[in-house]
Design a binder for this molecule. Structure first.
Ligand code: CAA
Length: 384
């Protein structure tokens, strides 16, 4: 297992989360996938066990955990159920703009209920016509007195419709490009806010993905995050800090698939002996384990860079998310191969793991966008 420099207290916390994941999350995973219903019991579990509190500072009711502990928690939960791992990842994502750029009043109002897990958070950046090209958004916010009036819609929003706290990005100056985008905190019961279509997805079935609609939605001026025009930078800085969490989700899924493949191969007897005795299977398992470990190291490495306060970690964050999600697809596919016909059936969790892994190559920036971010930084560094 990769080196991870947690304090003894945080090691204990992760050991406790590992146990909770194995004993209480894993038994629910298949049913959550089958029903596609949001797992309110898992949400309560994360709240009761103070897991939601991890990414939040102590002064706002959180545990003030290191980034390394947060990614390890997401990994452990995702090893057993990717939907449950996402609960923690998206709470961090939705809250991050407030953590990074929120006013003291905004932090005091919104962070404690999020840290307690009473409220859920969502991050509203993507639109029907602007995914990878995040700056091409059409949602507008026009100031009228002590309110901003938002019009437009957001698509594919995790926790959409369930989140009380939505951090939403909209154009306040459509002529100013990325400098004309601003960030807002939109509460679910603000006038003019509505939930549109709820998506039917391939994986992470228990996570609710919905459209957010703003129809003359009234947002008080005090809910602007930072200053007008800061929004795009806030969104990018948020993703820099949350993409490692998606990497961790991918590592967790891959580890779950590897564990399954190892135990199955030791039990499955063909030609008079366990298939694990075949070198063909052994080599597959060795490659899978090496990939998982390499991905884990990239995720832990960038988490520790963030914990050390290093400033230039964008590229490493993209590398961790990209590599981990790519290997999660390979490892889950190989796990199905090792399980053979059983792996293809819903009777075993391997096929769920593959369906869950796929989204990690797409959300929080496709892996093509991660490669673009990596290449840009690589080339900029070389010419500096
Ligand atoms: N940190 C700080 N500032 C940054 C930054 C970063 N990481 N990246 C860019 N910026 C700044 C730039 O410095 C630039 O500022 P100046 O104009 O002052 O120089 C400004 O932002 C514009 O930057 P770019 O010219 O690089 O912008 P771009 O339009 O070329 O886009 C991009 C860059 C990286 C492709 C970006 O659009 C991107 O990340 N796209 C992917 C979006 C994404 O990840 N969406 C996921 C949505 S969330 C989701 O999936 C969640 C869910 O619900 C699960």
């Amino acid at each position: 297992m990769a080196v991870s420099h947690l304090s003894p207290e945080e090691e204990e916390l992760i050991a406790a989360i590992r146990e909770i994941a194995t004993e209480r999350v894993a038994p629910r995973a298949a049913e959550i996938d089958r029903t596609g219903e949001f797992p309110w019991d898992m949400k309560e579990l994360l709240a009761q066990q103070d897991i939601y509190a991890m990414p939040f500072p102590v002064e706002y009711g959180g545990l003030g955990s290191t980034k390394l502990a947060v990614v390890r928690a997401i990994e452990e939960l995702s090893r057993c159920c990717a939907t449950t791992g996402l609960l923690l990842a998206v709470q961090q994502l939705g809250a991050m703009p407030i953590l990074l750029a929120g006013s003291e009043e905004q932090k005091r109002k919104y962070l404690p209920p999020l840290a307690r897990g009473e409220w859920l958070a969502a991050f509203g950046l993507t639109e029907a016509g602007s995914g990878s090209d995040a700056a091409a958004m059409r949602t507008v916010a026009v100031r009228k007195g002590d309110r901003y009036i938002l019009n437009g819609s957001k698509r594919f929003i995790t926790n959409g419709g369930l989140a009380q706290v939505n951090t939403v990005f909209a154009l306040t100056d459509p002529r100013a490009g990325t400098h004309g985008i601003s960030a807002f905190i939109v509460e679910r019961d603000f006038p003019g806010f509505a939930v549109g279509r709820i998506e039917d997805k391939m994986g992470i079935k228990g996570s609710q993905t919905a459209e957010l609609i703003f129809n003359d939605c009234e947002v008080p001026v005090e809910n602007l995050i930072g200053r007008e025009g800061d929004g795009f930078r806030i969104a990018m800085r948020t993703l820099d800090r949350t993409r490692p969490g998606i990497g961790a989700q991918a590592v967790g899924i891959a580890q779950g698939a590897l564990d399954l493949a190892v135990s199955y191969s030791k039990q499955r007897v063909q030609f008079g002996r366990p298939i694990a005795e075949n070198q063909g299977i052994q080599f597959m398992l060795a490659d899978m384990a090496t990939k998982v470990e390499a991905a884990r190291l990239l995720v832990y490495n960038v988490a520790e860079m963030i914990d050390r306060g290093e400033e230039r970690f964008t590229m490493y964050s993209s590398m961790a998310k990209m590599f981990a999600s790519d290997i999660a697809m390979q490892v889950t596919s190989d796990a199905i191969q090792i399980l053979g016909g059983y792996g293809y059936m819903k009777e075993y969790p391997a096929e769920r793991m593959l369906r869950d892994a796929k989204i990690t190559q797409i959300y929080e920036g496709t892996n093509q966008i991660q490669r673009l971010v990596i290449a840009r930084e690589l080339l900029a560094r070389a010419s500096a």
